[in-house]
Write a protein that binds this ligand. Structure first.
Ligand code: GDP
Length: 522
């Protein structure tokens, strides 16, 4: 019998992995795909990445610097559930991309290096998750190395993140003697993920026999304390974002990964309701809705295509259907939506709420766009962050100004940079959150458009989106301060200031003008 829409939707688990660089996100992703059956050999993700990189010139930067710039999605099916992992760039210079990706997930896995505990980027990403009430599963990685005491790590999570911890498993042994995990509620023991088996034991004493004799007593004591003292897992508190289930493991040595997949299947929520301007959309509604959170160009230079990554929010997206693009009100044909697996892309005949599909297009779709089967609604919440760095683009060949304008417009639509056009007609200003984004821009302008450019300081260093309750106030401000006003890609006005001090000063002088550091796409 054909699966109902509600059933198909309830099997979806869409999540991201958040971590400080080096904590093991890439390794864990590989292992999730490996034990999830999506790939035969770990290493394929990296190999695949390399392949894409050599095919796409602009990703040279990524290769040279050994950082991950591109957000991608990978799908696998395991024990009845469909998992969509949304990868996020590790480097903070691409933080805006990461934040937008987090608008498209229902849960997150927080990877913590057992020797380091909570690191700055973990904290930042966690805060974004909390803003959106995204439930978090914690994976304490690298237990095969010298690590901090598990109780100490849990305390740190509770303190620094104000998040209750419920360890579901406990590590057996440490560093060289680390050999698996003990399930605190079921008294089951699991060794390496490659062995796949759970063994039921009666008590900590029995589990301790896996350890060298001199470590057993301390282990039994510690585990007994953990069982008695730690909070039990509470799914409601987890779903509300107050409590995180914690797993210990080693992605590199294949420990704890199956526990984690099982936890995602059992505890992580199915696709959430999504807030739109006129109403809340439920995932299991019949009609398809989706929004675009990421645009990626030239994944395959042979096709010179541009892929919009869209998260399906409700219903099912079928190949060949026509969807209404909210921004223009026009219909677009979804003729070749794609799924992404570890080793290939594949045409997506049907995608359900929770799934992420790539939609090839030639510039029709932008970040933040909403697609529906006709209803005029717009999803809220895909953020745009005010840039930290503003620069003028200097073209070596002045004859190519028009081409540059087009190229910058496209880059801005993809979310590579933000583009601001000053009201006084002076040349456009690009804005980025991190300096590496400028490198990507430079490289891509050179490679894809044959435009060698350099960057010049602008007399502005900060900017804010401006609005006012009374349109006349805004109009007046825009007219009087014409030299400091620019328009973003959507034509919304932005106030540009020399520095934070003058921004504050102007803000105080013009209380009717609201100045926002974050703009939500609409
Ligand atoms: P990312 O920057 O978070 O994606 O981290 P990677 O997955 O690239 O891992 C960073 C480094 O830590 C690599 O050298 C990995 O081999 C290593 N690593 C990852 N997981 C483990 C682990 O469980 N144990 C040990 N000992 N090393 C690990």
């Amino acid at each position: 019998m054909a699966e109902s829409l509600a059933e198909a939707v309830s099997r979806r688990r869409t999540f991201a992995i958040i971590a400080h660089p080096d904590a093991g996100k890439t390794t864990l992703t590989e292992k999730l795909l490996l034990f999830g059956g999506a790939i035969q050999l770990a290493g394929e993700v990296k190999a695949k990445k390399d392949r894409i990189q050599t095919r796409s010139d602009w990703m040279k930067i990524e290769r040279e610097r050994g950082i991950s710039v591109v957000t991608s999605v990978m799908t696998f099916e395991y024990e009845g559930n469909v998992f969509n992992i949304l990868d996020t760039p590790g480097h903070e210079d691409f933080a805006d991309d990461t934040y937008r990706t987090l608008t498209a997930v229902d849960a997150a896995v927080m990877v913590i290096d057992a020797a380091k505990g909570i690191e700055p980027r973990t904290l930042k990403l966690f805060e974004v998750c909390r803003m959106r009430d995204i439930p978090i599963i914690t994976f304490i990685n690298k237990m095969d190395r010298e690590s901090r005491d598990p109780f100490e790590i849990l305390d740190e999570v509770e303190e620094k993140l104000a998040l209750d911890c419920a360890p579901v498993t406990w590590p057996i042994g440490r560093a060289k003697t680390f050999c698996g995990s003990y399930h605190l509620a079921t008294n089951e023991v699991r060794g390496a993920d490659t062995q796949e088996r759970l063994t039921k034991v009666n008590d900590p004493e029995m589990a301790s026999h896996r350890l060298p004799e001199n470590e057993r007593e301390a282990f039994v004591e510690e585990l007994t304390l953990a069982i008695e003292a730690c909070k039990p897992f509470d799914r409601k508190a987890f779903l509300e974002g107050h409590l995180t289930p914690v797993y210990f493991g080693s992605a590199l040595r294949n420990f704890g990964v199956r526990d984690l997949i099982n936890a995602l299947g059992a505890y992580a929520p199915p696709p959430r309701d999504q807030v739109a301007d006129i109403r809340t959309v439920h995932a299991a509604e019949d009609k398809m809705t989706a929004f675009v959170f990421k645009i990626q160009a030239n994944m395959d230079p042979n096709h010179r295509d541009r892929i919009a990554f869209a998260r399906v929010c409700s219903g099912k997206l079928e190949r060949g259907m026509k969807a209404r693009l909210a921004r223009t009100g026009k219909l677009i044909g979804l003729t070749a939506p794609q799924f992404f697996f570890a080793s290939q892309r594949q045409l997506a005949d049907t995608a359900y709420a929770g799934d992420v599909v790539g939609i090839p297009n030639h510039g029709t779709l932008r970040i933040g766009d909403t697609l529906t089967e006709g209803e005029a609604l717009v999803f809220e919440g895909v953020p745009n962050f005010s840039p930290e760095i503003l620069r003028r683009v200097r073209l070596e060949d002045a004859m190519k100004a028009k081409k540059l304008k087009e190229a910058l417009h496209q880059m801005a639509e993809e979310g590579v940079v933000q583009l601001f056009s000053p009201e006084d007609g002076s040349p456009a200003i690009v804005g980025v959150v991190g300096a590496l984004q400028l490198d990507v821009l430079k490289e891509r302008l050179q490679q894809e458009y044959g435009l060698p450019v350099s960057f010049e300081m602008s007399r502005f260093s900060v900017c804010r989106w401006i609005s006012a309750d009374n349109p006349a106030d805004l109009e007046k401000f825009v007219t009087v301060r014409r030299g400091d006003i620019a328009r973003d890609l959507d034509g919304d006005p932005v106030f540009m200031a020399q520095d934070a001090f003058s921004l504050r000063y102007e803000h105080e002088r013009h209380p009717a003008i609201k100045m926002a550091a974050i703009k939500e796409y609409h």
